[in-house]
Design a protein. Sequence first.
Length: 362
Amino acid sequence: MFSDIQTKADMLEKIAAAIKSTLINVDETQMYNIMHSHYETLNLINKEGVWVSPKFTDRADTLLPRDMTYEKVCLFIDEMIALAKKNDYLMHFIKTCSKEKFSVIEEKFKEEGKQVLPDVVGYTIMLQNLTKECADDYKVLEELYNCFKKLRDELGAFKELPLFHKIKLISVELPMKTYFKFHKTGVIPPKSGGNAVAINILEATWTDYKTGFKDNAKTGWILAKNKCGSQKYDARTGAGPSGWSEDGKMIERVYPFPTEWASLYQTWNMCFVTRFQDFLYVIPKLLIPQVSDYYEKPHNYIYNRAIALYIYLNFASFDYVEKKKSGEKVINWHDRKLSLLFGESNAAMAKIYESKVQKATK
């Protein structure tokens, strides 16, 4: 799947073509059903096929479109690929591994691609639509928060989760409450956000370090050190106080060299999630356009990323409990070689980013 590609652009196009090849016989009704099933996993559509909240019912046509033809799905994939190409740090990794052979992934693609990838694509479209609605209207996000909390309590989902997953869910859910406070009061403290995001990064960084992915851990450390949130704007790096987006919908986090920081975060977290056996369902939280289209407005990146991560973590929680009860196996596409090479590339890019910050702040 990857080994015969000579250039970085070719590699991304090859990946896109491989995914599209599994979708040729998936029509709009089948794609609708796939997305519907993922909303059911999230418990946002009940067993009777009804949305659990009027806020979701009112947005049903946007959240769950019936017209996702093969052509429209391909355009969606193309959009994600085009956005990925804008990330210079990611392109460095693509270039360095363009002639590598990832045997685990290639074999899994041959064995399971036609079954797994259409489901992943449907999940990704669902995640894009839900994340966008939550980012556009915080009241939708708040309703989602309330629904998830209630449903997890009713199902006893939280206590069934592995420890790391519990910690991650708590560390992401707490900032949601802070977001709601900001929206309701209209006040965002200029220094807010820096520590919360840094802690979130360090959780994954420590896990990387303990499990032998030290290059990616180095990248996480550099990201965590370069915090957002300050009292004043720094003209040297572009870092500045937290605040509102121009349209008043999103909470801005302003990092040193914000576009580069977001790009480095993207590649660092992509590498981190490839360590999971079902990373195909984890990585979309970074690839969906609502998150990855940050180049013109990098200050909005963390807000969009937090929403997508929050949705994913709840999806993973409910899915984990569901599979545990049914005995269904989790897919396993993890290729350690991919994760290690990705980490090496990230460490090199992190040095470039850190050097740029240091040079600017001398």
